[in-house]
Ligand binder design. Structure first.
Ligand code: ZN
Length: 411
């Protein structure tokens, strides 16, 4: 946490400095000065400009060729291979895999269901409070609900227990290779669609950031790991396996004297899960607006009841400020009820936040995304206003992480 605090302190002092007249001419005369306030010399703005809507959409489209990518299937394994090949093609060549065993918990025996809690009738997940109109949610398990026969066939192979893999690659820091931020999304899905939004949209975001940061003219002082979790939909099992296998390795140089750190010390974990769809609250009849609402925003959440709540809240706030400065279209909002995604297992260990289209507990959980775990979560459901929200989340994370890791462009 020490270095994280330092970084924020540095940024706060820069942000608090009064605007300087003639900053561009000034920084041209004295290179290296005024980088934070100068749009020409600002490497963060240059990096954000290397994200584009067409590449982001193409990566989501690429993921949808593997259908819903359900864990424990050939289509899931083929997607892991494809993601790894893409990361390498971007120059993030040091890919590695976590291998773990997944055995689903036995189904509870049928019997009377426990009474629903009555104390907080409006209580949503993560400690949130649900307001207004709710629509139905759930996971579609009916193959025939998918009307496209080709997609139905693609998703036909059932999941089987056993070995699982997930892939990551790492941008290694120049001066602090022993410290890193982890940027994540989950590549598995379910529901008999294409898992385009949940979570092709977050997976593609992480992959696009890997592309930008892996460009040969980009350096960062600290390291960045790009992780594409598997088994999120079954209970965050891929993220849990990562923590189990790697938490104790943090900050250890190996081999000794090599300057190599297989598991840099974790400075923060930033998860991206469902990035596209913010059409507002369901109407009284349960339907939704067909268009992205003009007030659409990126929802940055931390968990107020976690051990790392204070650091997580600071990190969330820093991301919001980065959005304000660098995102082109949509603003960001911060909420305290992060829940039900891969940043959860990290929340008591290190600063952890999630970025989403809506708040998970109070909004997605109340039916604000009718495609969630449904056959309709396919690429063709979304239009450019939807994809643009995901791109703005990418701009938010890229700009925040570029600042926190000391990103620079080689001359
Ligand atoms: Zn998800």
């Amino acid at each position: 946490m020490r270095h994280y605090t330092l970084s924020l302190g540095l940024f706060a002092s820069l942000a608090a400095a009064p605007p300087r007249l003639g900053a561009q001419a000034d920084s041209a005369a004295r290179p290296g000065l005024g980088a934070q306030g100068d749009s020409i010399a600002d490497p963060v703005r240059t990096l954000v400009g290397r994200l584009d809507l067409e590449s982001y959409k193409a990566t989501i489209k690429g993921l949808t060729q593997f259908g819903d990518r359900r864990q424990g299937t050939d289509r899931n394994r083929a997607a892991v291979d494809w993601i790894e090949a893409q990361l390498k093609s971007y120059g993030c060549t040091n890919t590695e895999r976590i291998t773990y065993d997944y055995q689903p918990a036995p189904r509870p025996a049928a019997g009377p269901r426990p009474a629903a809690p009555t104390a907080r009738p409006q209580g949503g997940q993560g400690g949130s409070r649900i307001r207004g109109i709710r629509a139905r949610t759930g996971v579609n398990t009916d193959s025939l609900a998918q009307k496209d026969p080709k997609l139905r066939a693609l998703n036909a192979q059932p999941t089987t227990p056993g070995q699982r893999q997930e892939v990551y690659c790492t941008k290694i820091g120049t001066t602090r290779p022993d410290e890193m931020y982890i940027i994540g999304g989950h590549m598995d899905g379910h529901g008999w669609g294409e898992a385009a939004n949940d979570d092709g949209s977050g997976t593609a975001l992480v992959m696009q950031l890997a592309r930008v940061f892996s460009s040969p003219d980009v350096t960062t002082e600290r390291s960045i790991r790009f992780a594409l979790w598997n088994n999120e939909e079954t209970g965050l099992n891929g993220a849990r396996a990562y923590i189990e296998q790697r938490q104790a390795l943090q900050g250890k140089e190996s081999p000794a004297g090599s300057g190599k750190y297989p598991e840099p010390k974790w400075l923060g974990m930033i998860q991206h899960d469902m990035m596209l769809f913010d059409h507002g609250m369901p109407r009284a009849d349960g339907t939704l607006s067909p268009e992205q609402r003009p007030e659409a925003d990126v929802n940055i959440e931390y968990q107020h009841a976690s051990k790392a709540a204070a650091e997580s809240q600071k990190l969330a706030s820093f991301f919001q400020l980065s959005n304000e400065k660098y995102a082109t279209d949509y603003p960001a909002a911060v909420g305290p009820h992060m829940t039900n995604t891969d940043s959860g297992p990290f929340q008591d260990i290190v600063a952890s936040i999630s970025l989403r289209e809506n708040e998970r507990g109070a909004q997605i959980g109340a039916g604000w995304d009718p495609q969630w775990h449904q056959p309709s979560d396919v690429f063709s459901t979304y239009n450019d206003k939807d994809f643009l929200l995901g791109l703005n989340a990418a701009q938010t994370t890229l700009s925040a992480i570029a600042q926190l890791t000391g990103a620079r462009l080689k001359k």
